[in-house]
Write a protein that binds this ligand. Sequence first.
Ligand SMILES: [Fe+2]
Length: 311
Amino acid sequence: MGIKSLGYMGFSVSDVPAWRSFLTEKVGLMEVVGSDENALYRMDSRSWRIAVERGEADDLAFAGYEVANPLALKLITERLREAGVQVRTGDTELAEKRGVMELVSFEDPFGMPLEIYYGATELFEQPFVSGTGVTGFLTGDQGAGHYFYAVPNIEEGLAFYTGILGFQMSDVIDIAMGPDITVRGYFLHCNGRHHTMAIAEAPLPKRVHHFLLQALTLDDVGHAYDRIDGLGDKSTDSNLRVPANSDIRSSRITATIGRHVNDHMISFYAETPSGFELEFGWGARDVDDRSWVMTRHKRTAMWGHKSMRNK
Ligand SMILES: [Fe+2]
C-alpha cells in the first residue's frame, strides 16, 4: 500500500526558455504548457511528468510520489504524522494544478518539498509525440525516472526514506569524488526500477547531482547524444574528418556513454541549463524483491562514463 513510483519532478530554474529548448529540442520531451514563468512537459500518456518554474534555486524544487488510491494516501499520511512529520492535506488548488485527484505535501528532514498523490490524469487519447523522434520513455510501473540526491546527514536521510517512506535498499557504491574524498551512495527502490533515488552525504552545490530519464531504445540514447554533443549535423559524421562546423564548446555532454555497475543502465550525462545534470539512458535491469539482495560496488561504471567536464 506504499509508494508505487516517482510520478513527477518540478524544477526551479532561472532561465525557463533555455530549459524549454533543452527539454524539447535536445531531450525530446513534449511541451504541454509553456510560458516564460512555467512550463509542463510530457514523456508518456500522463498529462505531464516534468514541471519547470521560474525561480532562483536552479535545482529540484519538488518531487511527487504516487500511491494507488485514497486508502493508500490515508495510511501513508498517518505513518508520516506518527513520525512527527507536518503534513498538509486538503490543498485542492495544488491538486488541480498537478492534475491529480488528491495530494498531501510535506518536507523531508532537509527541507526538500515532497508530495504524495493518487489519481493522476491520463491522456491515452492524446498520444505522446516527441518532436525529435524519441521512440518513448520507460515509465509505467517504474515511474518517471530517478534522481541523485545529496543530503547533509545520510543516517537521517536513510531513516526517513527507508524507515518512513518505505524505500528498499538496492545496493551501495563507494564513489570516488576526488583524490581524498569517497562518498557512499545508497541506491533505493520502490518498484522494479533499480533505483528511484540515490542518496548520499555528498558535498554538492545543489540538492540533485542529476535526474534520469530512460528511453525505450539504445538508438534513442545515441540520437540524444548526437543532438547534445555540439558536433554538428550528420553530414559530417565521418570519423576520418574534423567537421568544419565543429564547436565543441557548445557541447553539454559531461560524461561519455557508459554502463553503470549496479542498474546496468547504458547512459550519458549532460549539463542542464541550471548546472546540475541529466542522465539519459536505456537498458537498465529491474529489481525483484522476491530475490533481490543488496550488494556493494567500488566503481560507478563497468565501462565509459568518462568525465567531459573542463574539456
Ligand atoms: Fe543516475
